[in-house]
Design a protein around this ligand. Structure first.
Ligand code: SAM
Length: 276
C-alpha cells in the first residue's frame, strides 16, 4: 500500500479571502484534517463548503496524536494539518508530527500561505534582508527582561508575537534594554477590520498605545529595528560621554548619551562615574 502524505496547510490570519486555491483543493481532497481547534476550523470549512472529517491536534495531545496520525499515514491516509490561523508550526503545534513523519519516511508537503510574521515584516518598512523571529517572549517578567537584555545589540530586525494581555508590559519591558528612542513597528490585527501599523520611537509608541485603549486590543506583531550600537564601539561610547560630561551635569550626559548610543541610561551613568 502507498503511504499517505501530510500536508501542512496555511490558513488566513483574519481575512478569509487569503485562503489559497491549493489549500481549498487539498482540504477538500484529504481523508482527515488535524486541527488545533476543531470548532474554530469548522467555521472556516463551512465558509469554504468543505465537509472533510476533522480531529483535534493541539499542544496537549500532540505527542499521542502524532503516533496515531503517523500510523494512519503509513496505512495510506492523506492528512492535512491546520492551526487556528496562519502557518502551522509557527508558534503553533505540528513540530512533533513533522519530525515523526520525516523519521518514518512519510512525505511532508508544505502549502504556503498567510503567516503574521511575514505579513507584518512585508509592510513594516524595516530591513527584511535579515531578521530574528523570536515568537512569544517568556511569560515571567524576570525571564522576559533577561531575554530582551540578550537581544539588545542584535544586528538585525527583531520580530515578536504578542497578545492583547501583555502588549503594554512587553513594550514597557523593552525600554531599558533597547532604549526609549529605538524604532519599533507594531502591526495590529493584520488583514482584519482594525488593522493598524504604528511606527514610532519606543517611548512615543508606548505613550500612543496607553492613550488609546483600542490600540491595545487584538493580536500584535512587534518589530524592533536593529541596534546600531553595535557599530558604535566602547571607545566611541566613552567619547560621546566625555564630550557631553564637559558640557552638562552627569545625569543629563548619561540621558543624552543613552539616546545617541542606544544604551540604558543607568549603564552609561555608571560608566561615566568610572571614567572620572
Ligand atoms: N501560526 C500563526 C502564524 O503563522 O502567524 C501564529 C500563531 S500564534 C499562536 C498567534 C500570534 O500570532 C498572535 O498572538 C499574534 O502575535 C500573531 N498574529 C496572528 N494573527 C495576527 C494578525 N492578524 N495580526 C497581527 N498578529 C497576528
Amino acid at each position: 500500500m502507498q503511504t499517505g502524505r501530510l500536508y501542512i496547510v496555511a490558513t488566513p490570519i483574519g481575512n478569509l479571502g487569503d485562503i489559497t486555491r491549493r489549500a481549498v483543493e487539498v482540504l477538500k481532497r484529504v481523508d482527515l484534517i488535524a486541527a488545533e481547534d476543531t470548532r474554530h476550523t469548522a467555521g472556516l470549512l463551512s465558509h469554504l463548503g468543505i465537509d472533510t472529517r476533522t480531529l483535534s491536534f493541539h499542544e496537549h495531545n500532540e505527542q499521542q496524536r502524532s503516533q496515531q496520525l503517523v500510523d494512519l499515514l503509513l496505512a495510506g491516509e492523506e492528512i492535512a494539518l491546520v492551526s487556528d490561523a496562519g502557518t502551522p508550526l509557527i508558534c503553533d503545534p505540528g513540530y512533533r508530527i513533522v519530525c515523526a513523519c520525516r523519521e518514518r519516511g512519510v512525505e511532508v508537503v508544505p502549502l504556503p500561505g498567510a503567516s503574521a510574521v511575514i505579513a507584518a515584516l512585508s509592510a513594516s518598512g524595516l530591513p527584511t534582508d535579515r531578521f530574528l523571529f523570536e515568537g512569544f517572549l517568556p511569560r515571567t517578567q524576570e525571564k522576559r527582561l533577561k531575554r530582551l537584555q540578550q537581544l539588545r545589540n542584535f544586528p538585525s530586525t527583531l520580530v515578536f508575537y504578542e497578545s492583547t494581555h501583555r502588549i503594554l508590559q512587553c513594550l514597557q519591558d523593552m525600554q531599558a534594554p533597547f532604549g526609549e528612542g529605538r524604532r519599533v513597528v507594531v502591526a495590529r490585527e493584520l488583514t482584519k477590520q482594525f488593522e493598524t501599523i504604528l511606527d514610532l520611537p519606543l517611548a512615543q509608541l508606548l505613550q500612543t498605545m496607553i492613550a488609546d485603549t483600542n490600540q491595545q486590543r487584538g493580536e500584535f506583531v512587534v518589530m524592533v529595528a536593529a541596534s546600531d550600537s553595535t557599530v558604535m564601539g566602547e571607545d566611541s561610547v566613552e567619547r560621546v560621554l566625555q564630550a557631553l560630561a564637559g558640557e552638562v551635569p552627569p545625569n543629563q550626559a548619561a540621558k543624552i548619551a543613552a539616546r545617541i548610543c542606544n544604551r540604558p541610561k543607568r549603564e552609561l551613568y555608571q560608566l561615566l562615574l568610572k571614567m572620572k
